[in-house]
Ligand binder design. Structure first.
Ligand SMILES: [Fe+2]
Length: 291
């Protein structure tokens, strides 16, 4: 994927789970991810030819362990490291904190979220074919101070705001042509609201709904057509307590001069073009693991 700047991809999400096996089984069954490696307390899963796009860590509490962002190159990695120092964020490790990273570091950003900035090692060729999602796409974070979180993502990671709701209701930021790799919503609680996975077409969302129903579960929202991002998306709850989004047709932005698309927060079509309703699933989420 073509890098728009400092960060080339939102590479993976790492979640703490009280039930490692249930989380693995769920990701295999409903996202069609493959387990690439397991250790005593961790499982690595991927959709693409990569070592991991999702990591589950056995933990006392369900939670958002950390997020892995890929630096575009070693110069950008060093530049982010400097900016993190200048901004005074607490660095946790001066080396990669996961496997299959060549270089990297980890730090705690605003509102307690942990970020692992790294360069990936060579592609990890495990693709077996068959059904499943194409790739990991984005995270959506609930934060108390959305303006500060936006400034952090712009100033430290060089991301660009694609869409904005009101003055501070929500921001959708990109690091490559995907409309958003990270979204932030101003909420009373601090938690990873969802992690999102791309599929080829909305037909796959129908298949997901059918699979969930056949296994005694269901979608918690959708399919909907988002305004911000233009993706068609469906959502379900995973065993660790987080929300998973599966989506198709996200807006691709290639014009470097595209400004911020501003949405009126009173007009709820920013969240769903089709019915203009706020979903009831916003209270779910995985709080950042305290460090
Ligand atoms: Fe999303």
């Amino acid at each position: 994927m073509t890098a728009a700047g400092t960060i080339s991809e939102v590479g993976y999400v790492s979640l703490g789970t009280r039930d490692l096996k249930a989380s693995i089984d769920h990701a295999e069954k409903f996202l069609g991810l493959r387990v690439t490696e397991t250790t005593a307390d961790k499982a690595y899963l991927a959709a693409q030819d990569t070592h991991h796009e999702l990591v589950y860590v056995q933990a006392e509490q369900n939670g958002a362990d950390h997020f892995g962002l890929l630096a575009s190159n070693s110069d950008e990695l060093a530049a982010i490291r400097e900016k993190v120092d200048r901004a005074g964020y607490r660095v946790l490790a001066e080396q990669p904190i996961e496997e299959y990273a060549e270089a990297g570091f980890a730090f705690v950003g605003p509102e307690g979220y942990t970020w692992h900035i790294h360069q990936a090692a060579d592609r990890y060729d495990v693709r077996a074919g068959g059904v499943g999602v194409d790739r990991f796409g984005h995270i959506n974070l609930k934060v108390n101070d959305s303006l500060a979180q936006r400034d952090f993502l712009v100033n430290i990671f060089g991301m660009k705001v694609s869409d904005q709701i009101g003055d501070d209701v929500a921001f959708f930021l990109r690091c490559n042509p995907d409309n958003h790799g990270i979204a932030v919503m101003k909420r009373p609680d601090v938690a990873l609201h969802h992690h999102a996975w791309q599929v080829q077409s909305i037909a796959d969302l129908g298949r997901l709904g059918d699979r969930l129903i056949a296994n005694g579960s269901r979608l918690v929202w959708g399919p909907v057509r988002h305004g911000a991002g233009h993706n068609i998306a469906a959502y379900y709850l995973e065993p660790a307590g987080g929300i998973v989004e599966v989506y198709a047709e996200m807006e691709q932005i290639f014009n470097p001069d595209r400004g911020v698309k501003q949405w009126d927060p009173e007009d709820l079509r920013w969240i769903n073009q089709w019915d203009g309703q706020i979903p009831e699933m916003l209270h779910y989420g995985l709080a950042p693991v305290a460090r």
